[in-house]
Write a protein of this length. Structure first.
Lengths: 316, 350
């Protein structure tokens, strides 16, 4: 039972970290929105899903990378990766802004209770995923291989594949940029102000609607980046791809203390590792069950997350 | 524009409630009896216009219309009455259905004997889920219940002993009661059973609504903190609401398994929870007649119109968004006096 875990510990750890970084990026979408609205953005998983499709469409249809068997020349490879990453981020960002506009804005203006907004968000999430299901006929969509998954080097039996390394480096950079942005930029300060005290921020001249839209946009951009790395690694997607990933990312956000950007980093990485270890022990079919049980345990035992104390100060 | 306004503000529900309150007890009895009689005779009325492309209307009245109404009424106790968003309602339905399938194929118990067991197990599951989950608020509760629904489905999928992905076939039909036989060709008997279960549920909700439990739920829905301060044992009443909802879901599950004769984990996805939630929200949260109407419409239309049946969930998702944005109280809103506080301006609450 534990033999796989012990034999392949380092290689499991590495893939856990790569998965963890994808979770970090998606959970930033949940955490940012939660920070300003105090609401779970149920449509975040669909925002991610649109990003995966954007990546495939750009790579396969616009750039014509149909034949996955031979490797791309370097300039085209760089072009593909840049365009896919940026395109996926933009598409997810726009979908995210659209979600806010359709499902949240009107209800917020009227000041209805939380239940109504929650139901509206679930509704839009269903609409988005069903829309994609009907278009794709419920079939998974393959992404022809763009990046040959060469092993760069090997440490203690863990082979550092190029896609794994790229995911880890790019995601870490994106996270750092976001962290700095929220801390020092004007918009970032406005976002933090709204999350600390909405009314006071409004009195200080912060344009609430603009800040909330911007928050959704940033959350969407991060989920879009996650979608790109996911597609690069797993090379296929489906209309319901966001469901399990979204729930795992939400769990990650809760572990770190939802609303807390650095908490999302910690939560994403630890959940990625735990999930990979648990799958090697229990088998992958119990993966999502493990995630849910972790979620319930954290919510019941430590509802503010591991960084619960610091949440008030560092809230996104 | 003016039409839209009247539609938004129009309140058929208040008109109906007023009429009911003005009527004398004997008149009320007459109204109730005739409504039940009309419903019970529905399969004989030859409403051929209601036939759908794939089945005659007698079958449609049982599933999905009747079953949806029953489950929506059960979920309404949780979502509408106490304001707790439960996205894992399908779990209780699944537990009821699996109880029926397992006991029905392996023991000599019949449907009527299994029914109480299924209800009890669903209630127990409601308690097990509710004890940790109901301490959480709003959106956390929603996501934990959603997770619970998935856990039940995945566990059924991964457990060989109960068929795994293949499910369980050859579930027995209910034994005949006197001359009334249960068969797939003639579903009148099923319809009457569903109708009786719906009436029992309505009766239970109406009785509880005017008693301590109903008042406690109402208080919890409007403001949980205030309710707690006023001495309402919130966790206890939330658990009650949860397990009563679960009981109705479990009962629906037992009957469903005994009707379709075959069940598999894929029948119990999150989509079912969403469909039932859409019925409750579209019809009018917290109002029995609204929920019945909403469930009847949302269950029937996709059966009738092929285009919608392919995009059923899309339509239901749209129904959720549109209802919440333009008519948050649903088709038939709850009584005005129950509504007052929720719609009060935010400032006064702060």
């Amino acid at each position: 039972m534990f033999s796989t875990l012990i034999d392949q510990f380092w290689s499991l750890t590495l893939s856990g970290i790569a998965l963890g970084f994808i979770y970090v990026l998606i959970s930033l979408g949940y955490t940012m929105v939660y920070g300003v609205l105090r609401m779970i953005n149920f449509a975040n998983s669909e925002i991610f899903m649109f990003g995966t499709f954007a990546t495939i469409i750009i790579s396969r249809d616009f750039l014509g990378n149909v034949d996955g068997s031979k490797s791309l020349p370097l300039p085209k490879l760089i072009l593909t990766i840049t365009l896919c990453l940026v395109g996926s981020m933009i598409v997810s960002g726009l979908v995210s802004v659209f979600v806010e506009f359709v499902a949240y804005r009107r209800l917020r203006a009227r000041g209805t209770n939380k239940l109504a907004t929650l139901i509206s968000a679930i509704g839009i999430s269903i609409v988005l995923s069903e829309f994609m299901r009907i278009i794709t006929n419920s079939r998974p969509t393959l992404n022809p291989r763009v990046l040959e998954k060469k092993s760069l080097f090997e440490i203690a039996g863990a082979s550092f594949r190029i896609d794994t390394v790229m995911t880890i480096i790019f995601a870490a950079v994106l996270f750092l940029v976001l962290d700095r942005f929220v801390k020092y930029s004007r918009l970032g300060r406005a976002i933090r102000a709204v999350s600390m005290n909405e009314d006071a921020a409004k009195l200080m001249g912060v344009d609430l609607n603009k800040v909330i839209s911007a928050t959704f946009l940033i959350g969407g951009l991060m989920s879009g980046a996650a979608a790109f790395f996911y597609t690069l690694t797993y090379e296929n997607t489906k209309f319901n791809v966001g469901f399990t990933l979204g729930l795992a990312a939400f769990t990650a956000a809760v572990i770190g203390g939802i609303g807390n950007i650095r908490g999302a980093f910690f939560g994403g990485l630890s959940l990625g590792l735990v999930e990979v270890y648990a799958s090697s022990i229990l088998g992958t079919e119990w993966k999502s069950v493990t995630v849910f049980i972790i979620l319930v345990l954290v919510l019941v035992l430590k509802p503010n997350g591991v960084f619960g104390e610091a949440v008030q100060q560092t809230r996104a | 524009m003016k039409l839209l306004k009247t539609l938004q503000n129009g309140n058929l529900r208040d008109w109906g409630a007023e009429y009911w309150e003005k009527s004398s007890p004997s008149k009320r009895k007459a109204i109730a009896t005739s409504l039940v009689a009309i419903a019970a005779l529905a399969p004989f009325m030859g409403l051929g216009v209601l036939d759908t492309p794939i089945s005659d209307y007698g079958a449609v009245l049982v599933y999905p219309v009747g079953m949806f109404i029953l489950m929506a009424l059960g979920l309404n106790i949780v979502v509408g009455k106490s304001g707790l968003l439960d996205l894992g309602y399908v779990a209780f339905f699944a537990i009821g259905a699996y109880t029926m399938a397992i006991l029905g194929t392996r023991t000599s118990l019949n449907t009527w004997e299994i029914m109480p067991i299924g209800i009890a197990l669903a209630m127990l599951a409601g308690l097990i889920l509710g004890l940790p989950a109901l301490r959480l608020r709003g959106d956390y509760l929603a996501i934990v219940t959603l997770g619970f629904g998935e856990i039940v489905r995945i566990s059924a999928l991964n457990t060989r002993e109960i068929g795994g992905p293949n499910g369980i076939a050859n579930v027995p039909t209910p034994p005949s009661i006197g001359p009334i036989e249960f068969s797939l060709n003639d579903q009148k008997a099923y319809f009457w059973v569903v109708l009786i279960m719906i009436l029992l549920t309505i009766w239970m909700i109406r009785r509880l609504s005017v008693r301590r439990a109903g008042r406690a739920w109402e208080a919890i829905r409007q403001d949980e903190d205030v309710a707690e301060l006023m001495g309402v044992h919130t966790l206890k009443y939330k658990l009650w609401s949860f397990s009563l909802g679960a009981a109705v879901g479990g009962a629906a599950g037992v009957l469903y398994a005994s009707k379709t004769l075959f069940i598999a984990p894929e029948m119990f996805t999150l989509n079912v929870s969403i469909l039932i939630l859409a019925c409750v929200v579209f019809g009018g949260m917290g109002n029995i007649w609204g929920v019945v109407l909403g469930a009847a419409i949302l269950a029937y239309l996709p059966e009738r119109i092929r285009f919608i049946s392919d995009a059923r969930l899309l339509v239901f998702g749209l129904a959720l968004v549109i209802t919440m944005n333009f008519r948050p109280d649903g088709l038939l809103p709850r009584k005005k006096r129950e509504k007052a506080l929720v719609n009060a301006p935010k400032e006064s609450v702060k």
